[in-house]
Design a binder for this molecule. Structure first.
Ligand SMILES: Nc1ncnc2c1ncn2[C@@H]1O[C@H](COP(=O)(O)OP(=O)(O)OP(=O)(O)O)[C@@H](O)[C@H]1O
Ligand SMILES: [Mg+2]
Length: 266
């Protein structure tokens, strides 16, 4: 479904991706991991056609995605209907006066009738349990509410692939747990999921496959998530765990080790 061959990308001379080979099949749940600046968001941009490779080839469902094709409105609409992107910062993707219009934007672009649009928006609001936000201004929502609205907007197009850039960032523990379970349900329902993430405790629940980047903007591991989480040397090398990372009963935990903390006797 998603196929990158020897893909490289730079932002006016700043290297972001170097010789990436990656194949993702329909129905997979894949997590992209790696240190800050290693290229995870850039890869998601390429997969979503927001950036095109400087060199190498990106194919979606067998078709090469090029700048020229993306400039073709008909092609671009069809492509963006099949693959949805929840940005690292949900703020940048919300621009309508209220949540209803925000979620309705995609379905309206697709040419659905207003009755169908209303039905679709209501379904999405219900799916994310955010019916009470229907008439709120997206701009004034909290971070977690914005993330849910952004996810609803993407799901409103019923895409085959859902890509999420650091979806857990800034969410409270209960909302994180809710989102983990929501993503697992979406994947079980057949959606292909690609998310970038730093939280080692959650990646295992969301994905069976982990793709790891290093500071050289290249893939250094592509393996079952469980195997990656057990490779402590590699995780340390790419800065995903620090020296205070412990393992208890086979699962990892990171702890604050401020020995002088008044709240903690070590
Ligand atoms: N718009 C841009 N202009 C210039 N350089 C950029 C731009 N976006 C990203 N970069 C650079 O490209 C490299 C890869 O960035 P990217 O955002 O893909 O990393 P990331 O793995 O998503 O990092 P993080 O974990 O911090 O989100 C970094 O060196 C970054 O500084
Ligand atoms: Mg990023």
């Amino acid at each position: 479904m998603i196929d990158l061959k020897d893909v490289s990308y730079s932002y006016s001379g700043i290297k972001a991706l170097s010789h990436i080979d990656l194949h993702i099949s329909k129905g997979e749940a894949v997590v992209l991991m790696g240190p800050n600046g290693s290229g995870k968001s850039t890869l998601l941009k390429i997969i979503n056609g927001i950036a095109v490779p400087d060199s190498g080839v990106y194919r979606f469902n067998g078709e090469e995605i090029t700048q020229k094709k993306l400039q073709d409105t008909k092609f671009s609409k069809l492509f963006h209907q099949k693959i949805g992107f929840v940005f690292q910062n949900s703020e940048v993707q919300l621009f309508c006066p209220d949540v209803f219009d925000e979620i309705a934007f995609g379905p309206r672009q697709m040419g659905m009738s207003e009755t169908q649009v209303q039905q679709r928006v209501d379904d999405c609001l219900e799916l994310l349990s955010i019916q009470d936000l229907k008439h709120r201004q997206p701009y004034h929502l909290s971070g977690g509410e914005k993330r849910k609205v952004a996810i609803a907007c993407v799901l409103a197009l019923n895409p085959e692939v859902l890509t999420l850039d650091e979806p857990m960032n800034g969410l409270d523990p209960r909302t994180q747990r809710w989102l983990v379970e929501f993503l697992v349900r979406l994947n079980r329902a057949g959606k292909t999921l690609i998310s970038s993430m730093h939280n080692l405790e959650m990646v295992q629940e969301i994905s069976r496959r982990a793709v790891l980047f290093d500071e050289n903007h290249t893939i250094v591991a592509d393996c079952p998530t469980r195997d990656l989480l057990e490779d402590m040397d590699l995780l340390k090398k790419v800065n995903l765990v620090d020296e205070y990372y412990h393992k208890h009963d086979g699962s990892g935990h990171s702890h604050f080790h401020i020995h002088s903390s008044p709240f903690h006797e070590d």
